[in-house]
Design a protein around this ligand. Sequence first.
Ligand SMILES: [Zn+2]
Length: 360
Amino acid sequence: MLRVALPLVALTICCAGAFAQSSHRLSVPNVADDTPIQIRVAYIEFSRFPTISRETLSRLIDASTNVAKDKFGIEIRISELVILNADAVAKRMREMPEQITINELSRSYTLGSSKISLKHVLEMPDSIEQCLRNNGIPLKKLVSFVQLPEEKNFTYQELAEYLTAVAVKRYELIANDSASDGLPVVGGTPYNEWKMWQVLGYSNLPYEVVITNQPILSIERDHCSIHALLRGGLSIGGTTYSKKSKFGTYALFSIFPFVAENKGFLELNRGKKFTASEIGEYAGAYLVHEYGHMLFHLGHPFARDECVMNPAPDLNVRAWWASRSRGKCPIGSSPQMIPGAAQLSRIEYENSNKMLNPDP
Ligand SMILES: [Zn+2]
């Protein structure tokens, strides 16, 4: 999945007491001369959530390189693989100016709570509608992706209201499940927040790919990943600016959707559990979706079931891969498959660039 930090056009947003900020387009990396493409990977393991064996992790990575070769014709080599824990994330986040982290996290509707406040529920349709209108995807394709009956001629407003209702219900279903310590999945830390992982890219994080078993479960007022909303704000992955990645972005990938066995999650995921072998196969294939964002800045060709860049609308990754594994979807074969379509960007905070981009 792709999480674009902010609209591309340079803009200035001022939040209460926050930094003025603007966003700047990132250029597509030139990987043609970089063969094999060397990638550094970190697996960040959180003790509160199910994990995978090192063997399954290797299987996942091997599957990703095989699928990347098949779908994109590229050779990827993992030059470094490290295992980290929550302390490593906390250390990196401490490098960031606290005000910037707070500023970004303040855009979350879900921050720190397994229940979304009524105030935020009432705000969500308008912000989702505005975001849907701005993202350049035709309404008809969005309705088709959501699998609503097209003949009803849904408006943006009706679609936004539908997405709000689904997102809130499913968010609370997953967020209120118990983690291994008996406490709710969400609460007490910002690790579930996409915004926290976005800010992490501005720290000295020296990896192109970060895999974690932490659920990335959050809903924000300034962007609308339609597939994440359909899953209650649960992301499988995200590609965002990274100061230390040699490609300018890093791919975040959560295996939580593949390993979770919580009641709420399984209800959303149609009750199916994956074997270790399936985790390696499906998660590895889905990681290639993030490679497509990171290496080519590809977008989302909604309604093309043969494309790995078409995200899973729900968490039925088995069905997602069944159609993608058979299909051909070459780079350049549709507007969203043209390099640069994703329009990835980097935020700059006025008067604070030195803090956001400190020298190594
Ligand atoms: Zn994506």
